[in-house]
Design a binder for this molecule. Structure first.
Ligand code: FAD
Length: 310
């Protein structure tokens, strides 16, 4: 039988690593499972991060994540580049099974499994991430000053497009239907904006590359199949997110979109001793700093839960 841990953390993004740092410094000897294929979380798929405080010159996403990991390890956090494939969180002692079938036992669990941006599924989409293709206007809008941009999606795309007009020369919103469901106020604002134009009944058919950067897109009319080139150097994909909560279905309360429900402003989930932080909870802010912030909160919540139990 494995020892009973004070805390096991699932996820190696800013939320998981920050929870590891805090619980390690609180002498809780955390064990973190950080995934077998995606160690370091979403920021490892980007280059320059300019909005994480403490780095006036910006910081490379993978470097930021390696630093977070090293800082937690310095205080004794144990890291395992493996997946948790099954959980039983209902008992007093939580059971977590890794990919080798080993069952780990813990008094508390911090879930920080993040969420994935939905993709168009087109060739070159991943290769050009951070090279003209983005999923986050808040993160990357600043890099697109005075450029022609296309935004694909529905209501969120409208919000992203309006935000991007602060930087861009022009923004084209590509939408599969002939109307938008976005609020009337939002639509009127977008329609009145000289920088925004719309390509309704359209989808992105192809992503083009020029010298390793986005070199434009091809639009396709969903009814006629007719295609046309759009000369842009920025593509923002705003077609939704999928929280990584498959493991927890049936055990934890999830909201209508599948995110873990917590007793805000705490990180307590519907089960005692189980806490959740970062993008697996948050569909509003989705930033590295907010994920790190709630990771710290989850560590403090877990620490207090154990203190009250002992
Ligand atoms: P994540 O970073 O998604 O990490 C979750 C981790 O948990 C992943 O590694 C995942 O594989 C792992 N995991 C999931 N399930 C399991 C399991 N069962 N077992 C083990 N491990 C598991 N934010 C900014 O603030 N500034 C930016 O400039 C910025 N740029 C971005 C650029 C890109 C391309 C992307 C995709 C995101 C960007 N973001 C940016 C958003 C930011 O990356 C996220 O908000 C943040 O990483 C969320 O942190 P998290 O810890 O909640 O989850």
């Amino acid at each position: 039988m494995s020892e009973i841990r004070e805390v096991v953390i699932i996820g190696s993004g800013p939320a998981g690593y920050t929870a590891a740092l805090y619980t390690a410094r609180a002498q809780m000897r955390p064990l973190l499972f950080g995934s077998s294929i995606f160690v370091g979380g979403s920021l490892t798929t980007t280059t320059e991060v300019e909005n994480f405080p403490g780095f006036p010159g910006g910081v490379d996403g993978p470097v930021l994540m390696e630093n977070m990991r090293a800082q937690a390890e310095k205080f004794g956090a144990e890291m395992t580049d493996d997946d948790i494939v099954e959980v039983d969180l209902t008992g007093d002692i939580k059971l977590l099974t890794d990919s080798a079938g080993t069952v780990h036992r813990a008094k508390t669990v911090i879930i920080a499994t993040g969420s994935g941006y939905r993709k168009l599924g087109l060739p070159k989409e991943d290769d050009l991430s951070g090279r003209g293709v983005s999923w986050c206007a808040t993160c990357d809008g600043f890099f697109f000053r005075d450029r022609d941009i296309v935004v694909v999606g529905g209501d969120t795309a409208m919000e992203e497009a309006t935000f991007l007009t602060r930087f861009a020369k022009s923004v084209t919103v590509v939408h599969r239907r002939s109307t938008l469901r976005a609020s009337k106020v939002m639509q009127e604002r977008a329609f009145a904006d000289d920088k925004i134009s719309f390509a309704f009944d359209s989808e992105i058919a192809e992503i083009k590359e020029t010298n390793g950067m986005l070199g434009g897109v091809v639009l396709r009319d969903v009814f006629t199949g007719a295609t046309r080139d759009l000369d842009v150097t920025g593509l923002f994909i705003a077609i939704g997110h999928d929280p990584r909560t498959e493991l927890f279905k049936g055990q934890l309360d999830l909201d209508g979109e599948g995110y873990i429900s917590v007793a805000s402003p705490t990180t307590r989930t519907s089960l005692p001793g189980v806490f959740a932080a970062g993008d697996v909870v948050d569909h509003t802010y989705r930033q590295a700093i907010t994920a790190a912030g709630t990771g710290a909160a989850a560590a403090l919540d877990a620490e207090r839960y154990l203190a009250a139990r002992n």
